[in-house]
Design a protein around this ligand. Structure first.
Ligand SMILES: Nc1ncnc2c1ncn2[C@@H]1O[C@H](COP(=O)(O)OP(=O)(O)OP(=O)(O)O)[C@@H](O)[C@H]1O
Ligand SMILES: [Mg+2]
Length: 256
């Protein structure tokens, strides 16, 4: 396990946010300032503007919904927060429990790994599982990584998989053969079992039936009541009813 003191002492200055913002922003867990992400495609010699000058803040315990057409730049914003993508310019100030206010665009790799493990959960549109890891092991690993005993990890993983109605006959199977909805439910169980303080959700209900969508919504409400702050991308506006404190519409990489 990474020693938190090592990380705090080593590269904190690289990712440390400016201190002059004052108290006004202390209520915010995340502040996105002029976030721009461009991709240069070498094969065609052209730049793609994925998102431009995106600005918004997420208050602690708040849920922000993001909507917009396919290709508008929604996933890019979440990936920049998760640092799957490195922003081209702008700042993403996150109020970390371990490190204080950190600019996620400049934080060290070790800080990012630490925050992904303990603080920030990301449910992607796609499933990413280590090879030769069964579905139940995948969920257990999220807890073992943060120091849970294997008995506790096994119990909590089983509860979460049952909650998301992933059939017990699939628990000891490698998930690369799973259906889209099964993969998504496994992703949700893997991320939510840790109760992260910031959760990023990329279309968490995309291929689910209505009954399972309601389960997802109920779990999101439960986590929100326990102070998890969230940003979620949804195609289904109805699903967000009563869940989101604010909704932003992204068009051509900008909030409109
Ligand atoms: N790794 C990448 N390399 C090049 N272009 C990319 C990359 N990731 C995203 N883009 C481009 O950025 C634009 C925005 O993509 P993004 O995935 O953010 O869209 P989205 O709003 O999430 O769409 P969808 O609703 O279909 O998931 C698209 O034109 C896409 O082709
Ligand atoms: Mg997307």
């Amino acid at each position: 396990m990474i020693n938190i003191l090592d990380i705090k002492n080593s590269r904190i200055s690289a990712g440390a946010a400016d201190k002059h913002d004052g108290d006004v922003q202390n209520k915010n867990i995340l502040e996105i300032r002029n976030l721009t992400k461009n991709f240069y495609l070498h094969n065609v010699g052209r730049e793609i503007k994925s998102c431009s000058n995106v600005k918004f803040s997420l208050e602690k315990g708040q849920f922000i919904g993001i909507v917009g057409l396919s290709g508008a730049g929604k996933s890019t914003i979440l990936k920049c927060i998760n640092r799957t993508y490195l922003a081209t310019s702008g700042e993403i100030i996150y109020d970390s429990e371990a490190f204080g206010r950190v600019d996620l665009t400049k934080a060290s790799e070790r800080q990012i790994l630490y925050m992904r493990k303990y603080e920030i959960g990301y449910v992607s549109q796609f499933l990413n599982v280590m090879p030769r890891t069964t579905a139940k092991e995948h969920v257990m690993n999220a807890l073992l990584d943060i120091g849970c005993s294997s008995a506790e990890a096994s119990k909590k993983a089983a509860e979460m998989l049952n909650y998301f109605r992933l059939s017990e006959s699939l628990w000891d199977i490698y998930p690369n053969t799973f259906s889209g909805g099964e993969r998504l439910r496994l992703n949700l169980a893997h991320t939510m079992v840790k109760k992260p303080r910031l959760m990023l959700l990329d279309e968490p209900t995309a291929s689910l039936d209505n009954k399972t969508k309601v389960l997802v919504k109920d779990m999101l409400i439960k986590l929100k009541n326990q102070d998890t702050s969230m940003i979620g991308i949804f195609h289904d506006l109805e699903f967000m009813d009563g869940l989101c404190d604010k909704v932003y519409n992204i068009s051509e990489g900008k909030i409109v």
